[in-house]
Ligand binder design. Structure first.
Ligand code: AMP
Ligand code: GLY
Length: 425
């Protein structure tokens, strides 16, 4: 099988690694990929979706896997499917689950799926009235895609009112903030739960945890994610069952009823409050860095999983995972997440420790090759991934690898998976 992966991050690289060890896969293309993906596949650079579809047809590509949300929200799947190409990801209409928070919250309400109490509004006075009724902290969200920055957790009512005003008048996020959601703050712990869907059937993946804040102890600004691990001990069979029955199944049923049967990966950001799962958000693609810990645990050939999902045949698939744990630590550049940093050369020591050598790998993200040397050129540069028999062991391996990777200004959290270790202690 020949496969095209769309995207350029660590998420897409990790999908590439899973495809690379799958014997059914011949050629892997990345569009656009990064400075390392050309070593496990072929990088191409095509911007228009119609031209990507031509490339797929001309190069006998059997399946396209879409990594990021923007092409999905712009309708790449509709363009490919119209001419009969197999593509993994939801349609433009189905991608509204992520593309519009107003659509998402109204969908949750309509199908009785547990979520925080909220109002949707485009008027400041309505926003202020609702803010006055809530206890602090208060959550204010812009409707549209804001690259992960559109959520403000306000600790005072004054701050919540200011945040809504600046969103509504377009100052904060332009058109993406012309409609907003104001909602109650949920106090609990977060899980990232993924379901691979084919429109009809679904398969749940082991639950993961992300670490969104820049600094140890969940301090500092929000980022795209500074590290992840899976499976997490913060879930049990009972909670999985609640998530499937109260969230996954009504979501898929609702989407089908609305004429947008969901195909692709459904990412549920869950807050567990007193043992009850509530939906914070949906994303219509894999989480990054969650994907980087899930792909190495997948025992089922990756091509089979993605192809069967894209062609409505998931019921034929028996999904299997290794009985192992994965921890991924993101190494970011100096000024992340505030602004870009000067490119700096990446040097990786020769790894002598057999345990680290055999049970870790790097998932490359914001890297570029300049004169055959590898440079850190993005915000999140690479992820050190450790695979072990338990979380503690996987984490030690991941941090062991971190110690062997060098570039000027590198920053990374030292406490990835701390919630798991605390729960297990
Ligand atoms: P979202 O993009 O909606 O997932 O929001 C980003 C982050 O903000 C989430 O991962 C949570 O950490 C936090 N968050 C969002 N909504 C709430 C809420 N209602 N209560 C508490 N935290 C929230
Ligand atoms: N890791 C969170 C995200 O991809 O949005």
């Amino acid at each position: 099988m020949n496969i095209l992966v769309i995207g350029s991050g660590g998420r897409e690289y990790s999908i590439g690694l899973a495809l690379r060890k799958d014997k059914n896969v011949k050629k892997i293309y990345f569009n656009p990929g990064n400075g390392k993906s050309d070593e496990i596949g072929i990088n191409i650079n095509i911007k228009k979706y119609e031209e990507m579809a031509d490339f797929v047809q001309n190069n006998n590509i059997d399946l396209t896997i879409v990594g990021p949300e923007v092409p999905l929200s712009e309708g790449i799947v509709d363009i490919f499917q119209k001419i009969g190409l197999a593509i993994f990801g939801p349609s433009k209409n189905a991608a509204r689950l992520e593309g519009s928070k107003v659509f998402m919250k109204n969908f949750l309400k309509k199908y009785n799926i547990p979520t925080a109490k909220y109002i949707e509004t485009s008027e400041t006075c309505k926003a202020n009235d609702f803010i006055d009724k809530l206890n602090t902290p208060i959550v204010v969200k812009a409707d549209g895609l804001c690259a992960g920055k559109g959520v403000i957790i306000a600790s005072t009512k004054k701050e919540a009112k200011e945040a809504s005003l600046h969103m509504l008048n377009g100052e904060s996020f332009g058109d993406a903030g012309k409609k907003i959601i104001i909602e109650e703050f949920l106090n609990g712990y977060e899980l990232s739960v993924f379901a691979i869907c084919d429109g009809e059937n679904y398969k749940i993946l082991p639950a993961a945890q992300d670490h969104k804040r820049l600094l140890d102890g969940d301090k500092g600004p929000n980022t795209g994610g500074m590290g992840a691990y899976a499976p997490t001990p913060l879930i049990n069979q009972e909670l999985y069952k609640k998530i499937e029955q109260r969230i996954v199944e009504p979501t898929l049923k609702g989407m089908k009823e609305m004429g947008s049967a969901y195909q692709g990966v459904l990412f549920m950001g869950i807050m567990v409050v007193d043992n009850e799962p509530m939906v914070l958000e949906y994303n219509v693609r894999f989480g990054d860095p969650e994907c980087e810990v899930l792909m190495p645990l997948l025992k089922t050939p990756a091509s089979e999983l993605f192809y069967k999902a894209a062609t409505n045949k998931l019921n034929e698939l028996n999904i299997e995972f290794y009985d192992k744990y994965a921890v991924a630590v993101v190494m970011a550049s100096e000024n992340y997440p505030y602004k870009s940093s000067k490119p700096s050369e990446i040097i990786i020591d020769t790894i002598i420790d057999e345990n680290i050598k055999n049970n870790t790998h790097i998932s490359y993200a914001g890297v570029s090759k300049i004169d055959e040397k590898l440079f850190a050129t993005g915000g999140r540069v690479l992820l050190c991934v450790g695979i072990g028999n338990n979380i503690k062991n996987a984490r030690e391996l991941a941090y062991g690898l971190c110690g062997q990777v060098h570039f000027a200004g590198k920053q990374f959290r030292k406490d990835i998976a701390y919630q798991a270790l605390k729960a297990l202690a």
